[in-house]
Design a protein around this ligand. Sequence first.
Ligand code: SF4
Ligand code: SF4
Length: 390
Amino acid sequence: MKKGVTFPDALSTEKKAVSVARKDFPALFDSLRTNGFRILGPTLGEGAIVYDELNGIDDLPKGWTDEQDGAVYRLKKRDDEALFGYNVGPHAWKKFLFPSKHRLWLAEASANDLKITEEKQATQKFAFIGVRACELKAILIQDKVFLRGEHVDPVYQARREDALLIAVNCTQAGKTCFCVSMDAGPRAESGFDLCLSEVLKEGEHYFIVEIGSEQGAEIMTNVPHSNETREAEKTIQTIAAKTAEQMGRVMDTENIQSLLQDNFDHPRWDDVASRCLTCANCTMACPTCFCSTVEDVTDITGDHAERWRQWDSCFTMDFTYMNHGHTRASAKSRYRQWMTHKLSTWFDQFGTSGCVGCGRCITWCPVAIDITEEVRAIRESQTEAKPASS
Ligand code: SF4
Ligand code: SF4
């Protein structure tokens, strides 16, 4: 880790709020660029709201929202010009911090030499704009996985240490959201450099900007703003309360670690396996899933070889292949592994849940398998099985 680098969650969280008029909002993009950031955020693409490079605020999904449910995602026009009036889409920020395909090194052979060159790490500073509370928590979880263990991942580290996180508080919840159950939203509480709350009311359109780090404060020095009053906190709380009421899903997490560990042979695993296609969509879309594999490729001459790391999934057959064969050969064992890891053994490994309630695995599962329903089914069968107290 670079000397002197601190991540936002380690900074003082004594926050100050300012307000920025919609007409002054482009100045935020200008300030980010002046400070050397490559701006990444939400934009329309592939029939969805995805994360990509933004050249300016015109690239934001102005006036668009989404409708989501199990195996359902549709773009829809809003009746206002909100810039952030949607919920999370198929992309997660991990695509920039932990790229889906990354060359680790290349080797070139000549008559008397073999030269191995390690891939250079990213040097450009990222500014992520539009990070939702659940996504912020997911990034902090991946920080634990990639940076806080015994082995630091250099690819993630190089990208993460200069990343500026601009959160946006959700003003609505989708039908697959359950961040409240996972204590991951809907308000971004910490871990950001700046946090925006978009306010559209009575003909006014402005942003309340909470400042969460010195770097965030520095960016704001170039953005016209006025100091906020106590009203700002009340407005943010009202937005959060309204969004929390709209959660489309709920998960009861009480004793969830033991619930899953005690039900290794529950018949529900056969039931879910009969529906699961083991397509791995859920793991690709999930903001905390981090499994990868390494592959070597050579050209036909044999003089040039490369080693690549790419995302993998506990749903693929090859993921646990060993010399004696596949460790998890059945769909049942693979789904059970995924869900039990997310909600139970992740605590043993990293001290937190592996799920932030973003709902992506429900929306993007082609057969609408719903992690909240699977937990409910196992939990309810336990309650039913208990003898009535006399
Ligand atoms: S749960 Fe759904 S998304 Fe995940 S592997 Fe099974 S079918 Fe695919
Ligand atoms: S398991 Fe599903 S709901 Fe939980 S963080 Fe991953 S994609 Fe989101």
